[in-house]
Design a protein around this ligand. Structure first.
Ligand code: ZN
Length: 499
């Protein structure tokens, strides 16, 4: 066993080196590569990612996994290695069915679509992106035919991002949210106050960066294992629990965008930094369930960051870094960060109407993969659904269908995980209150690290070893339901808006 195990570890190490280079190239492309340099990076990324793919589908790996699976069955491996072997064997059996040429084509198309999306968004012209989008849809469909031949395409895609969830389960949760939240938002909008113009004045982008540093340090992002950069769209990536990176985008006249992106990405990063380091560089590390990941970023961003008490210990410091905040009272600040309004851009939406932005994308993805709706009809469908759920329509493609990068990356089935994350958060908050007591009080007293510690202990350290349903059951002792999130919204906003 020991020779086989050693051989397997060496093999994993080499695979991981390819993955490491791919991650580095991706980081560079998204944060600092000049436009003309993108092509060279795309070529290198295609090469290294294909090498990694070849290793992950090589017969040699298959042979090792078969032998190790035997050991796992006869209980000769630790629980962690049992998980790693079973997971890798499942992925191996799935990936080896993908023709290598199709994989290369997919990676190449993905990089090209990413660049086309950036240009199309700048020009606000969906027609520049449409052929790339069609190609990504076709290739995704073709890939899924190989990886999950027994599953319906869209269910297979959902399962790739949030294992164990399918459209039947998601339909149930989202329909309940629609039923409860559509009338509730109408009630809130009836009490609307005029816009507060203090938040659209000039906020120095460099100072916004320093505000990000303050917030990241406050919530527990560890600098010795993390760094930051700038990109078109904020994201977090990680090499291992020891090197986790996040990006932000600073807008001169909208400080709240960067502030809440910092807290959001900080939540993702804290998750990754606190996975059991023994899982580093294996499939047990880095949480691969997007909904569960979003539950942590959104817990920090919304449940904590949009709570009045979160700001009490640091609001003065925020004003020192960004002086316009000195002129804004904590009450006005609290009201603004929980300002419910029908808006066009998902990432700037308040936590309540955010649900509709996701439900809209989920329904469009079902139209793409179930009803085979042609891409040139998507902008019109987008606008119709915006009208239906949010009573507004985008003036152009940039503030409509081109606003998100996900589809250019081929991440179909990813969007629902954002809302699943919030649904889990409603449940996690209930469990946290039961175990830690008054969360408002902890925040008011600046004891947010106790909250971070609880999340580390209950969720983060497990990495990928527990699927979302299992994680929710272990933490909350309940099946997944939208009830707690709806209750959280109703209690909070009834108070803020005096309903
Ligand atoms: Zn996120």
């Amino acid at each position: 066993m020991s020779r086989l195990f050693e051989e397997f570890q060496q093999y994993l190490k080499k695979m991981n080196q390819y993955n490491h280079v791919c991650t580095l190239l991706y980081w560079d492309m998204k944060t600092c590569t000049p436009r003309l340099g993108q092509e060279g990076h795309v070529e290198a990324l295609t090469h290294f990612s294909s090498e990694h793919f070849a290793m992950s589908t090589a017969p040699e790996l298959g042979r090792m996994l078969d032998e190790l699976a035997g050991l796992a069955e006869s209980d000769q491996l630790s629980d962690t290695w049992k998980f790693i072997v079973r997971r890798m064997k499942r992925d191996f059996d799935r990936d080896k069915r993908i023709p290598p040429q199709l994989y290369r084509t997919f990676v190449q198309a993905q990089a090209e679509a990413g660049n086309a999306w950036v240009e199309a968004r700048k020009a606000s012209d969906f027609s520049m992106f449409a052929p790339h989008l069609q190609k990504m849809i076709d290739l995704t469909r073709e890939m899924t035919g190989y990886t999950d031949p027994e599953k319906e395409v869209y269910d297979a895609l959902l399962d790739q991002y949030e294992e164990g969830m399918d459209s039947a389960a998601i339909d149930g949760l989202f329909e309940e949210l629609k039923k409860e939240l559509i009338p509730f938002v109408k009630e809130i909008l009836g009490k609307q106050k005029p816009e507060n113009e203090a938040f659209t004045q000039y906020f120095d982008p460099d100072a916004q960066k320093r505000a990000q540093d303050l917030l990241l340090d406050y919530i527990g992002f560890r600098r010795e294992a993390g760094s930051t950069g700038e990109s078109e769209h904020p994201f977090t990536l990680n090499f291992s629990s020891k090197d986790v990176r996040l990006t932000n985008h600073y807008f001169e006249n909208d400080p709240l965008s960067a502030i809440f992106s910092a807290i959001h990405e900080g939540g993702h990063a804290i998750f990754e930094q606190n996975v059991n380091p023994e899982y580093d560089n294996t499939v047990a590390g880095s949480c691969c369930y997007m909904g569960l990941h979003e539950s942590q970023s959104r817990f920090y961003e919304n449940i904590l960051g949009r709570n009045k008490n979160f700001w009490i210990p640091i609001y003065e410091k925020l004003g020192e870094i960004l002086p316009p905040f000195r002129e804004i009272s904590p009450d006005d600040f609290y009201r603004e960060i929980n300002h419910v309004k029908n808006s066009l851009i998902r990432v700037n939406a308040d936590e309540v109407t955010y649900c509709f932005h996701i439900i809209l994308r989920y329904e469009i993805e079902k139209a793409i993969f179930r009803d085979r709706l042609p891409v040139d009809e998507l902008p019109a469908l987008w606008n119709r659904k915006m009208q239906e759920y949010l009573q507004i329509a985008p003036r152009d493609d940039a503030e409509g269908i081109l606003q998100d990068m996900h589809w250019s990356d081929g991440y179909f089935g990813y969007f629902p995980s954002y809302l699943l994350g919030s649904i889990y958060d409603g449940m996690f908050l209930d469990a946290m209150k039961e175990e830690l007591g008054d969360v408002d009080e902890l925040l008011r007293e600046g004891k947010i690290r106790e909250i971070t510690g609880w999340l580390n202990e209950k969720i983060h350290r497990y990495g990928s070893t527990r699927r979302p349903k299992e994680a929710v059951m272990a933490v909350c002792k309940k099946e997944i339901s939208a009830g707690p999130l709806i209750r959280y919204f109703k209690e909070k906003y009834t108070q803020i808006y005096g309903l």
